[in-house]
Design a protein around this ligand. Structure first.
Ligand code: FMN
Length: 208
């Protein structure tokens, strides 16, 4: 049976539950799923596809970017999907970046304050600005899909410098914006995107 790795980085923990939801949806297709933090993944040899998820933390989480670069060669053999958690995204109408299809949580993007002229924060929070470094990390291979979803911002769990950045640059109110139906709907499409759907080799298995 094909084995799928879901691996994640996090700062304050909310991405862990997203990784679990993604794993649950993939397991429904009869594929075997393993979920591990990136720090525990040494090799991708045992897997037939990989999902890497992490939040935007002044750019995509450094651990996740490093993971993609480190395993770049493996992604020539096995398909990769990526998910990105964010609290601020400028509505620009972009639906793909560098040819990679993007699945966007419709509730996340906000229109710019002045139509046709983006300010510094709005330019920073463009989809292409967030995703281009991620796509370049595995060049010339690209992810089969990138999901971009609202996350959770919890100022009580953050150090002062992180609060400052989030307040000044992200400018998002604290709170829960994870859109579970959108996350699950994206994840349910991954077996097909990986071309690994509908295997009938017994009950779905999930191990963490
Ligand atoms: C220091 C810091 C920087 C952040 N930078 C961004 C950012 O650039 N863009 C964005 O949309 N969200 C940003 N966020 C929001 C996080 O991506 C969001 O809260 C995420 O869901 C946190 O996931 P976690 O709980 O797994 O760490 C930032 C949050 C913090 C604390």
């Amino acid at each position: 049976m094909s084995k799928i790795l879901i691996t994640y980085a996090t700062m304050t923990g909310s991405t862990v539950e997203v990784a679990q939801a993604v794993g649950e949806e993939i397991a429904r297709s009869g594929l075997q799923v393993e979920i591990h933090p990136i720090s525990e993944v040494k090799s991708l040899e045992a897997y037939d596809a990989v999902v890497v998820g992490a939040p935007m933390i002044m750019g995509w989480h450094r651990t996740a970017s490093g993971f993609l670069k480190k395993h770049r060669a493996a992604f020539r053999r096995i398909p990769l999907a990526v998910f990105v958690m964010a609290m601020s995204l400028t509505k620009t109408g972009e639906t793909s970046v560098s040819g990679v299809p993007i699945y966007l949580d419709e509730k996340l993007p906000k229109p710019p304050e002045k139509e046709g002229r983006l300010n510094f924060r709005e330019r920073y929070a463009r989809l292409s600005n967030y995703l281009r470094p991620i796509i370049q990390a595995t060049h010339p291979v690209t992810p089969v899909s990138i999901g971009v979803f609202g996350g959770r911002l919890d100022y009580g769990r953050l150090k002062w410098w992180a609060v400052l950045f989030a307040m000044l640059i992200v400018r998002a109110p604290a709170g829960e914006r994870r859109n579970w139906p959108a996350i699950r709907s994206w994840a349910a499409g991954l077996p097909a995107a990986f071309q690994l759907e509908a295997q009938s080799a017994g009950p779905a298995g999930q191990t963490a």
